[in-house]
Design a protein around this ligand. Structure first.
Ligand SMILES: Cc1ncc(COP(=O)(O)O)c(C=O)c1O
Length: 314
């Protein structure tokens, strides 16, 4: 966000409600105004709403490949067309997809459109090596279409008695350990390693999605494009199911707006999804039999959170 503020000046950053709050945080730090737009019916950033929101005040548009809540890849080519027609840059947040989507595509299993620099109008992409690149936390990539945009990322100060200070990130001195871990992971696995891990993870994702689609109590939040699956329950709060799973040591993420359960399938889940499905089935039966046992858990807490106006907690 700092790069785009320097490149374009102050103004609005348009993102979708499903965009990661790290973008909101970045805007807050560098004094940019966030304009949030809704999703379409497939949980992708709404192109129609972008057309209404984009203006001469827009500094950059941020979309996701995929967005975290539902694992859906935004329609980058259509978003890029709108951005290009206004001369506005488009950043693609591929934090959790950058090291998965290329291999899904290699496997021929993709349902999404191009999302990277093949799309004219995409000006930058971030991809976390510390997620599906299997590196220690702290290793990420931010790449730009050209050096004209990239140079705005740097902070420089030339008149210090200690010498010329040039820094590309918010952090000054940085830990090289996570970077070498990331480099090691990329070299060790290579394209073949990443493709074969992605194939195995996708098998587990497909199993889970099939189960959710077939189970009478569960509803998929959105058809996932990658390795993230989100769903909700039909006849009771899905927080009760999440709490029942947690009691068994299975931790799932509870999402709100709307209430749903989020599961990011990683290589450590390979070979375990059958057991997870079994546990979900048993927990559904347990909650249905005795819902009051879970009523004071997350459902109560999330219910209370929903009643607190944002201003009270910010
Ligand atoms: C799409 C997306 N963007 C940004 C982030 C933030 O990543 P981090 O917390 O590693 O900075 C995440 C984390 O899951 C994400 O999924």
């Amino acid at each position: 966000m700092k790069t785009y503020r320097e490149y374009r000046g102050k103004g609005d950053v348009i993102m979708c409600v499903t965009g990661h709050p790290g973008i909101n945080k970045g805007c807050n730090y560098v004094g940019l105004n966030v304009v949030q737009i809704p999703t379409d019916e497939k949980k992708r950033m709404s192109v129609a709403h972008l057309k209404k929101a984009i203006s001469s005040k827009t500094v950059v548009v941020v979309c996701s490949a995929p967005q975290y809540p539902n694992g859906v890849v935004d329609d980058v080519p259509e978003l890029a067309k709108v951005c290009k027609s206004y001369g506005v840059p488009l950043h693609v947040d591929s934090a959790i997809g950058g090291y998965v989507l290329p291999f899904i595509e290699k496997l021929g299993k993709y349902k999404f459109k191009p999302w990277d620099f093949r799309v004219d109008g995409v000006t930058s992409i971030n991809a976390d090596i510390h997620k599906y690149g299997y590196a220690p936390k702290g290793a990420s990539m931010l790449i730009y279409r050209n050096s004209t945009i990239r140079r705005n990322q740097y902070f420089s100060f030339a008149t210090w008695p200690g010498g010329i200070y040039i820094s590309p990130t918010a952090m000054g001195s940085r830990n090289g350990g996570c970077l070498s871990g990331g480099w090691g992971s990329l070299l060790h696995l290579g394209v073949e390693g990443f493709t074969s891990i992605t194939a195995k993870v996708l098998e587990e994702v497909e199993k889970l999605v099939k189960f959710i689609k077939e189970d009478a109590e569960l509803d998929l939040e959105a058809e996932p494009d990658s390795t993230i699956v989100s769903f909700h329950t039909k006849s009771f709060s899905c927080y009760l199911l999440a709490d029942a799973l947690e009691k068994r040591g299975l931790f799932v993420e509870k999402q709100s707006n709307p209430e749903s359960i989020h599961m990011t399938i990683m290589p450590n889940h390979i070979g375990k999804v059958d057991n997870i499905i079994k546990a979900i089935k048993e927990c559904i039966a347990e909650v249905k039999k005795n819902p009051s046992q879970y009523d004071l858990g997350s459902k109560a807490m999330y219910g209370m959170m929903a009643k607190i106006p944002d201003e009270a907690i910010t």
